[in-house]
Design a protein around this ligand. Sequence first.
Ligand SMILES: Cc1cc2nc3c(=O)[nH]c(=O)nc-3n(C[C@H](O)[C@H](O)[C@H](O)COP(=O)(O)OP(=O)(O)OC[C@H]3O[C@@H](n4cnc5c(N)ncnc54)[C@H](O)[C@@H]3O)c2cc1C
Length: 408
Amino acid sequence: MSSTVLVVGGGPGGASAAFWLARNGVDVHLVEKKVYPREKACGDGLTPRAIKQLLDMGFDFDGLDLHRVDGLRAYAGDLMIEMPWPQHTEFPDWGATMRRADLDGTVAMLAQHQGAVVEQGTTATPITDGGRITSVTLDNGEGERSVTPDFVVIADGSNSRFGRGVGANRRRDFPFGLAVRAYFDSPASDDRFIESQLDIRDRFGKAMPGYGWVFPLGDGEINVGAGLVSTFRGWKDVNTSNILDAYIDSLPEHWEVTEATPHTKPLGGKLPMSLSVGPKIGRNWVLVGDAAGAVNPFNGEGIDYAYETGRLAARYIAQAAAGDETALSGYARNLEDIYGDYHRVARVFVKAIGNPAIMKTLTTVGLRSRPLMEWTLKVMANLLDPQDAGMSEHVYVAIERVVNAGKA
Ligand SMILES: Cc1cc2nc3c(=O)[nH]c(=O)nc-3n(C[C@H](O)[C@H](O)[C@H](O)COP(=O)(O)OP(=O)(O)OC[C@H]3O[C@@H](n4cnc5c(N)ncnc54)[C@H](O)[C@@H]3O)c2cc1C
């Protein structure tokens, strides 16, 4: 009898896992608690890494409400630099924005076309015994039923109630982020650059711990958001909505946003970072995406890492489903091989910029040096080419150079 896999959660992590499992001929059933199109607090930003994952799944970029993005415009106060996405041997040189309300259902349908069964409006709860999920209760609002999958992909997002139910926990010594976003009307919605602000001030001119973004959606609206990381000094005393308000008050004029034009109530969420949730595997389950804490600490990007970890998990579960009992531990090892070094550097970086003096030096000196900023963008968006080996040393040298230049 062939193995069955249940995927819990139909965001990027679950949809990607289901897509690649079905592509591998595995019998896969995805359950999503909400019904598409479903809202998700997000900046709606897709880097070239995420575009690559979508291309690999055969995503149709034509005719959809997807807005192509050529690069990043970074501000620190009034200092500004505009950088195109870098050329790379593996990734495209373009990114995009697309509302999660539209994106996630579309990708789940790609999984369905590969043969996955996609069941919406259904919440899954685990029953466990000694590290093994023995059955899963599915509640579709009209009644409950029990299923007994051979393997479970846990892709239920940052709160990960299902993950906690099997014993997964977040490391408290690793960074995590908080962020909030709102949609605004803007005549500049077709701008081809996403924008970030690294120096947000309150109305008294005092620096706030946090950053802001404007991601234009190309349809008359922009996604405006603000966030902070738990390494920032004073983060506990600051509410992300206050950072967003301060940012909106000082948005560059070209967006033509006034407080009179907010389109939606702000929606916020958590960003579990640096693969901080574990264990990543149990006897017959794996964690992917936010449920595994897969967000990149450098830039708060989580969509791509949910696609990537979902795809990687699918590869190892397909092996396990074919009878290799040790296959799941390969998933945990491979996560560490692929992301371990990068996240170690990222944790040092976010700890360093938690110090306002270092942050100020990095931004004011960094934004005056195009080569340094272009290189920093490559590091922060994880777009270094294999020939850019020795990444860790480069990052340390770059940070050191900036800090020293600031002292001069
Ligand atoms: C304000 C904000 C802005 C962000 N901006 C960006 C950005 O611009 N770019 C970027 O790359 N990342 C961004 N992120 C991070 C990104 O949103 C997440 O990393 C990404 O959504 C993770 O995907 P996921 O599939 O792991 O989880 P989710 O997208 O959260 O999907 C989990 C799914 O599981 C479902 N679910 C939960 N419990 C159950 C259950 N028991 N049974 C069935 N279904 C269940 C949920 O309904 C949900 O649909 C942002 C995050 C926040 C909070």
